[in-house]
Design a protein around this ligand. Structure first.
Ligand code: AMP
Ligand code: FE
Ligand code: FE
Ligand code: ZN
Length: 293
């Protein structure tokens, strides 16, 4: 457990999207690991935030309302995180609803393609595995494993539903400007997720994203090498951007990725993020913007 004893994790998925732990379970695990600030960043939904807030009540753990929204990039995987967004904001809810609808149609199409390849899945089973409003490839993957078409979800990505797989269908992607402006409009702080994993074009386009209002880069991330972290820190200095980081936790099993709290994120990153969102600093007076949200 010692290796997970960092205090901050700003990139976490729950059952509200494609994670395997419920928001309450994530809160309890975070407390067990000694974390003091976490952000839920489910794909295209804020559906887990209220439950996490309830579970963390009085426990000394800050839970930031966050979301991870897909946007178009060269490789189609530009992800933008929105922190401290207002879950009730109309335009944001509208965008997320459109993403959720598009995800349904897209997952159905993947199931259709898999059926054409001889792997029949029950659509209701996929929906049940998703549990909520977000259907993603991990749910299709789990259905494939349940039916014995593959041993692991990783294998389903390699053979069928990964980007170059025969049953892959891209999902709806809003423009980066739209995503960034929507997050700002909802009172949130937009941050580019795992910039290195989104290809060299993503890093090159940082100045363009800054011109739309991007406020930070996710520097600390499981797949980022020390050299890449240094490069991103330099980019943050150059463009006066916030530094964030997190594990991109999806679940406790190895194939689900990095463990909760396993990435070192300097605690001051969370403080600066809170301040940027207009929130009160722990030892400072509240900023005037707090009242607006
Ligand atoms: P989607 O949002 O439906 O396109 O699915 C993307 C999600 O699938 C990511 O957020 C990860 O949770 C998961 N994922 C991506 N690549 C892999 C992989 N190679 N093996 C297992 N899960 C993956
Ligand atoms: Fe995911
Ligand atoms: Fe992502
Ligand atoms: Zn993520």
């Amino acid at each position: 457990m010692a290796q997970y004893s960092h205090r901050v994790d700003l990139h976490i998925h729950t059952t509200a999207s494609d994670g395997v732990l419920t928001p309450s379970e994530v809160v309890h695990l975070s407390l067990e690991r000694g974390l003091s600030v976490i952000a839920l960043t489910d794909h295209d939904t804020l559906g887990g935030v209220a439950e996490a807030h309830r579970a963390a009540l009085g426990a000394g753990l800050e839970v930031i309302a966050g979301v991870e929204i897909n946007s178009e990039g060269e490789r189609g995987d530009l992800h933008i995180l929105g922190y401290y967004v207002d879950p009730e904001n109309g335009p944001l809810r509208e965008r997320l609803r459109a993403m959720q609808q598009a995800r349904l149609a897209r997952a159905r199409e993947m199931v259709r393609r898999l059926a054409a390849m001889g792997m029949s899945l029950d659509w209701d089973e996929v929906r049940a595995l998703a549990g909520g409003e977000i259907v993603g490839r991990p749910h299709v993957a789990r259905a494939l494993v349940n039916r014995g078409y593959a041993q692991t979800t990783r294998e389903t990505f390699e053979r069928f539903i990964g980007r170059d797989g025969p049953a892959y269908v891209p999902r709806l992607r809003l423009s980066p400007a739209d995503v960034i402006e929507t997050i700002i409009g909802a009172g949130g702080v937009p941050v580019l997720a795992h910039p290195v994993c989104s290809g060299p074009a993503a890093v090159e386009r940082v100045p363009e994203f800054v011109s739309y209002g991007l406020r930070g880069l996710e520097v600390y991330y499981p797949d980022h090498s020390p050299e890449e972290i240094e490069m991103l820190l330099e980019l943050c200095r150059k463009h006066d951007l916030l530094v964030t980081g997190g594990s991109d936790f999806h679940g406790p099993r190895v194939e689900e990725g990095a463990p909760l709290g396993s990435v070192y994120v300097p605690p001051e990153c969370a403080e600066r993020l809170r301040k940027a969102a207009g929130g009160a600093e722990t030892t400072d007076r509240p900023s005037p913007r707090t009242n607006q949200r």
